[in-house]
Design a protein around this ligand. Sequence first.
Ligand SMILES: Cc1cc2nc3c(=O)[nH]c(=O)nc-3n(C[C@H](O)[C@H](O)[C@H](O)COP(=O)(O)OP(=O)(O)OC[C@H]3O[C@@H](n4cnc5c(N)ncnc54)[C@H](O)[C@@H]3O)c2cc1C
Length: 343
Amino acid sequence: MNRPLTLKVAAIERETDDAVTIHLKQPLLRKVRYSAGQYLTLEVDVDGAKGCRAYSISSTPGLDKTLSITVKRVAGGKVSNRLVQELSAGDAVQTLGTHGRFTFAPQPGRGRHLVLLAAGSGITPIFSILKSALHFEPDSQVSLIYGNRNQQSVIFRDKLDQLRQTFGERLQLVHVLSRPDTPGAHEGRLTRERVMDILGALPGPQAREYYSCGPSGMMDEVTAALEALGIAPERVHQERFTPAKAPVVGGDTEKRVELLMQGQAFNFTVAPGQTLLDAALASGVQPPFSCRSGFCTACVCTRLSGQVRMREDHGLSADELNRGQALLCVGYPLTDDVRLQVD
Ligand SMILES: Cc1cc2nc3c(=O)[nH]c(=O)nc-3n(C[C@H](O)[C@H](O)[C@H](O)COP(=O)(O)OP(=O)(O)OC[C@H]3O[C@@H](n4cnc5c(N)ncnc54)[C@H](O)[C@@H]3O)c2cc1C
């Protein structure tokens, strides 16, 4: 797990009426390492208590000097409104580091076709990946299919146009606007049918890899389109800002759990719908935790037996999940024989 870190705001750049990019200074002695596609976990004050929010990193490692996140206001949102409206250069933000396994690692010797699909603020990690591919995979082609309401609401509009000028035919930009205010864009939403049509008409190699990020509805449509086209799941990478389905609960009966921590065994029961962390805390056990949202991985543990299901698994890599790691704050026991070791 990364250690908490305070970062200074270098500059705030307005992208649209309701979105800003926050450029954070990289500390001289402890640079924040990240991969294109990952997010930064911010620790924030929410109603007088510590809370966490994840913001995907829009800067690109190896290319941009600042570590940048791009935040779009959510109606009634406690943190996004504060970040968009109140933060200024020189302010400090608390972070719990970078996380996430929606990552892109450029392979300079490879020539492939990266198809990126985004809507609204979902462009943030996609933008980092897009720049990484264009700059560090010179033989690859990139296509971006990007859904928004109208031209004014397109985050990174000028920067994308600039990249198109620099990289020419290597970058295809397909804008899909639900209420277009300029000619030249596809009209409508990124529905399954429209995504299939656009993908069918894309020039460039058919051997493609897909990266998508956007609101739940758009992600469901993109998933359905890729499935209908028979795209192999290992070629599809997705990031969701909101959970796909209602939270998973671990059945309708209480489960018994044993937690091994600092050489001691703690036994407690977990009520239906209760997370492992909440049940542990309710019984007086104090495992480490921070964000309570599955982002920061402070509450990571290893499953020794039994079954656990997680509501969110953003924070752990595929390898960590395969090794039986789980997060207490978003984990629910499914069986009565769950034994966990806090690492
Ligand atoms: C992995 C990950 C990466 C993310 N990256 C970004 C990013 O790059 N840029 C960005 O702007 N946001 C991003 N988000 C969303 C961000 O973490 C917050 O959820 C968002 O800013 C809302 O927080 P809030 O405190 O303003 O809203 P809250 O006060 O938590 O919620 C207020 C209301 O808004 C709804 N809501 C919460 N989040 C969203 C959302 N994303 N879209 C629509 N409605 C929502 C809630 O259900 C609630 O009704 C990301 C989320 C995840 C999980």
